[in-house]
Design a protein around this ligand. Sequence first.
Ligand SMILES: [Cu+2]
Length: 258
Amino acid sequence: MTPLSTVALVVGLASLVSGHGFLKSITVGGKNYLAWQVGQDNYVNPPPVRYARQLTNNGPVPDFTTKDITCGAGGNIPAQGVIELKAGDKVTFNWDQWGSSHSGPVFTYLAKCANNDCKTFKGDTGNVWVKIEQLSYNPQGRPPWASDLLREQGAKWSVTIPPKLAPGEYLLRHEILGLHVAGTRLGAQFYPSCTQIRVTQGGTTQLPAGIALPGAYKPEDPGILAELWRIQQGQTQYVAPGGPVWSEAAPNANRAGP
Ligand SMILES: [Cu+2]
């Protein structure tokens, strides 16, 4: 085989096994807002107006104990756009794709942007992340894993902004955790994204203290260092990392379950 055809074969195999993806756009009130377009926007100068923060590629965070976990491996550079919405609005995250080989839970968190300004906020220090939605594993579910449900829903996932949330600017951190190689330490694959939102109308409820990212996702957390097959065979009950969902969050929009 010539070197060139070897390269073509390797590239072909890589695309066959890659089941991961990236957040492509966000829909609110029938309007579609583009996230960072991986593989395109990195080559556009000046960078285009997007509503979610940059990502270097569609792969997982290389090391989830570093600041890459906060908003993905893209430098946590503030986006130029901010989506205006109201507390109680439904937000739909549209991924480019999600593969059946990447099973795991799906989370969404909120952080209040300090000084009410997401342009100067990174969210990589302090207990600022509050979980507002989660679905992980339900043995009776069809399908049992949240990520497989996301895939079956056309790579979409919807969440409701907490109905009593106070107005202001927030980062909305939506994430899939792929557990397919999570039996190896640091093998868990996190795919976070940070969308910038401005709540223009809402209630008076402020976010409570949450978790720190990086920090809260520990390499030995049983929801992170986890054997997919053990969970699926019922040998261990899966508890997702990141703590419980905030009591003031809206009911799970996707499915009843753990
Ligand atoms: Cu992958």
